[in-house]
Design a protein around this ligand. Structure first.
Ligand code: C2E
Ligand code: CA
Ligand code: CA
Length: 769
């Protein structure tokens, strides 16, 4: 049980759907494999559409040219002059982001302290990390140029320190930094007035265009050469370029770190300013893929898949205004894995779903979504294997295509599915049953013209199975229609309708094997005998053994129903030999009673071509000491005989041994008169469907009368079955029919009743000619 659960879990995890989630998730978590891709996306995004830096922050740039000796420090005198100039403009606050040359110029130093002091708490010193760091643990106090104690003593200090990726791009910053045991806020968080956040780090908003940061040269301040009010009420950062190396700024290459600090402040002014990476988009997109894979309707499926793609750029874009940074790469990879695996599966499936003919096969139809209000039709071509056997292999596909073409022309459908063994299936709009049957009859007529494949010509016959059970799934319906088509072929009917109740019978059919054996043992299965009468003398000349099954719970089961099932269940052989034995027992008993009647038994078409048929029958008759000449074997003229040459040879051998052969149900199947030519026989049995209508239908009258004449000309005797009244009997007699059978003359009855009937009649005519 547990193993099973584990097994199905493992199977699930190995499916493309779950791999599409697991592989990217693993790549994110173990080593952040998407970092390079995410880096490019972030760069692209920041370039695509950007906005101006906030107007309330102005940078006063102390250029290198202004510095006296060192390029990375500014003299205290100069800085004090600049600061004095700024203070006259009444700024909101001032950040001094410039290392000062302190201790060389006593006057200048005093002036600087005074100028800074004038700002009170509105001034702060910026301390920068000299190198960029990747991890928290990388913080080293020595990397910061701490201001000289004389200045630092009275002024607040803020820090600028960015985490970078391996391309040295600023990706995030802490809200505060601890140096030598003291905590300092960062410049960006101070600029934004956001000292803490949900997470320890925040990300800069690189959509801020660094070229739009308001910058005024210090010289302009000193010379009073700037727009009045430029600094008034604003945050001013006095900055000396080049104090630390430039840093990567998404969308703008390498920049002075002050640009990142401002981008950081802009981000912090939004509600969140957090980095959530690739997992949220991955999960969202994957959940949609999951939903899509479960959707049943095609259009819905497509819509959900499209949405799962749309969230990959969409979610990061939607999250942007709030300040949340999301990464699309992992989700993109997920969609790619899933997409490719689906394409691959599709290709493999397509290969699996095509037949040698290039037509889609029945599996393809079974796997498809059927429209509501459609019938599933399966056509089966009689003797298809025989046709293929006579065709060179390279024409097999052409043969199937030609049949499919005829079917699609005849029924106006586009796709015909082709199964093994001459099955062709399609779906069409359900019409009233009568119309549908007429339509199929019409299709059947299309096959009266022979198939011409290469230089070969074939006469074919076609049978249809029809499934009209809308509610069921495609595969079940296709299978049902195939079974019905096979039934139609076996019984020689044009169309067989699949009845849904038969589904309920499935379990019954499955256990039929055991039940037949049991029925034979306990006497539920028995033989009824129906007399056959010589029409001239009007006396019984023979009996036909007809199988019966009186089921204790199901009541009498018609042989038409269970013979077919026995054939399917592979039980027909045993049943037939049992009938033969029973019939012989009855025949021998009749002989001893002085009624040496001809004994007819029915042979299933499925058995006629079997190699063991003749030896088995001969063995039984010989063992029981029954004269084969007293035995008639009725064979239905049927197209479902697989191996016709073998069937013909079997029948000839039986005839040589003295058995009489009768062609049952003559005139119903496709076998025409031509059929008689190569099938050895002694007798034709006119089907009761013709016989019952000879009085009322002129056409049937003509068919029967001509068949009798023709049969006689070919040396066959004629048996008419289904005689239900005296008038029919008289008419058949006048037509020259030899033997009659039917309810009017005698119903099928148990052997004991037959004996009673015969005894009452007394004398009978011997069947042996
Ligand atoms: P079938 O060989 O054509 O048998 C004649 C059928 O017509 C029998 O039906 C018989 O009861 C029925 N019948 C006889 N006279 C009349 C009549 O006047 N009016 C009407 N309406 N029907 C009449 P049954 O016994 O139900 O058998 C049906 C079919 O089952 C047979 O058709 C035969 O194909 C098959 N079958 C019966 N017994 C066996 C058997 O032992 N082996 C095989 N393989 N098939 C059998
Ligand atoms: Ca029969
Ligand atoms: Ca019949």
């Amino acid at each position: 049980m547990l193993n099973n659960a584990n097994g199905s879990m493992l199977k699930k995890l190995r499916s493309p759907l779950y791999l599409a989630l697991l592989i990217p998730a693993l790549l994110v978590c173990v080593g952040d494999w998407f970092a390079p891709m995410d880096h490019s996306f972030r760069n692209m995004r920041s370039k695509l559409d950007r906005y101006d830096a906030p107007a309330d922050i102005v940078v006063v740039s102390v250029g290198h040219a202004d510095s006296s000796r060192d390029t990375t420090v500014v003299s205290s005198r100069k800085l004090s002059d600049v600061l004095t100039g700024i203070s006259r403009q009444m700024p909101y606050r001032v950040f001094i982001d410039a290392p000062v040359e302190f201790g060389l110029d006593v006057d200048g130093d005093r002036q600087l302290l005074e100028a800074i002091g004038n700002f009170g708490r509105d001034a702060a010193l910026v301390v920068r990390n000299k190198r960029f760091i990747i991890e928290d643990s990388d913080f080293r106090s020595t990397d910061f140029n701490m201001p000289v104690p004389a200045i630092a003593g009275s002024v607040p200090i803020v820090v600028s320190s960015w985490y970078t990726n391996f391309f040295d791009y600023a990706i995030s910053s802490p809200y505060e930094v601890t140096l030598a045991g003291k905590r300092y806020p960062t410049l960006a968080s101070t600029l934004a007035g956001v000292p803490h956040g949900l997470f320890a780090k925040f990300v800069p908003d690189n959509r801020v265009d660094p070229d739009t940061i308001r910058t005024v040269p210090a010289s302009a301040i000193l010379m009073g050469n700037f727009t009045p009010g430029l600094l008034t009420g604003r945050t001013v950062i006095v900055s000396l370029e080049g104090t630390v190396p430039p840093i990567g700024y998404y969308g703008s290459g390498r920049r002075e770190p002050i640009a990142v600090d401002i981008a950081g402040a802009v981000a912090l002014r939004k509600p969140m300013a957090v980095y959530l990476g690739g997992i949220p988009v991955l999960v969202a997109s994957w959940l949609l893929i999951l939903a899509g894979s479960r959707a049943r309707r095609k259009r819905r499926k497509a819509a959900i898949y499209a949405l799962s793609l749309a969230v990959i750029p969409g979610l990061p874009l939607l999250a942007e205004p709030v300040g949340i940074t999301l990464q699309p790469s992992a989700a993109l990879f997920c969609a790619m894995i899933y997409g490719f695996s689906r394409l691959w599966q599709h290709r493999i499936r397509r290969e699996q779903l095509t037949n040698a003919s290039g037509l889609p096969n029945l599996m393809a139809l079974g796997a498809s979504q059927l429209n509501i209000g459609c019938d599933v039709v399966v056509a089966v071509i009689a003797r298809y294997e025989e046709i293929l056997a006579t065709l060179p292999k390279d024409l097999h596909g052409e043969c199937a295509r030609q049949i499919a073409r005829r079917l699609s022309v005849g029924s106006g459908i586009e796709t015909v599915f082709n199964g093994e063994g001459g099955h062709f299936a399609w779906t069409e709009e359900a019409r009233p049953l009568e119309m549908q049957l007429d339509h199929l009859e019409g299709l059947r007529a299309l096959f009266s013209a022979p198939l011409e494949i290469g230089s070969h010509k074939f006469d074919t016959n076609i049978h249809f199975g029809l499934d009209r059970n809308e509610g069921l799934d495609a595969l079940t319906r296709v299978n049902s229609a195939v079974a019905s088509a096979n039934d139609a072929m076996a019984s020689g009917r044009a169309v067989e309708l699949f009845e849904a109740d038969r589904l309920a019978e499935a379990s019954w059919e499955l256990s039929l094997h055991a039940r037949i054996d049991e029925g034979l043992r306990n006497g539920e299965i028995w033989l009824a005998y129906q007399t056959q009468w010589d029409m001239k003398t009007r006396r019984p000349s023979g009996v036909e053994a007809l199988i019966r099954w009186s089921h204790p719970t199901r009541g009498p089961i018609a042989p038409d129903a269970f013979i077919l099932q026995a054939e399917r269940a592979g039980r027909i052989d045993a049943l037939t030999y049992w009938v033969l034995n029973e019939a012989i027992t009855a025949g021998l008993a009749l002989n001893t009673m002085g009624f040496p009647l001809q004994m007819s038994i029915n042979l299933s078409a499925q058995m006629v071509d079997k190699a063991e048929l003749v030896p088995s029958i001969l063995d039984i008759v010989q063992r029981r000491g029954f004269d084969p000449r007293q035995m008639t074997i009725e064979v239905t003229e049927t197209s479902s005989v697989r191996n016709r040459p073998a069937a013909v040879s079997n029948l000839s051998r039986l005839r040589d041994r003295g058995f009489k052969l009768s062609i049952d149900d003559f005139g119903t199947g496709e076998a025409s008169l031509a059929y008689l030519a190569d099938l050895p026989s002694d007798e034709l049995k006119l089907d009761r469907r013709f016989v019952s209508r000879i009085l009322s239908h002129d056409r049937d009258h003509k068919i029967v009368s001509n068949t009798i004449t023709m049969a006689h000309a070919l040396g066959q005797s004629v048996v008419a079955e289904g005689i239900e009244d005296e008038a029919t009997f008289r008419l058949l007699s006048s037509m020259g029919c030899d033997v009659g059978q039917g309810y009017h003359l005698g119903r099928p009855q148990p052997f004991s009743d037959l004996c009673q009937t015969l005894l009452k009649m007394g004398h009978v005519q011997t069947g042996i000619v």
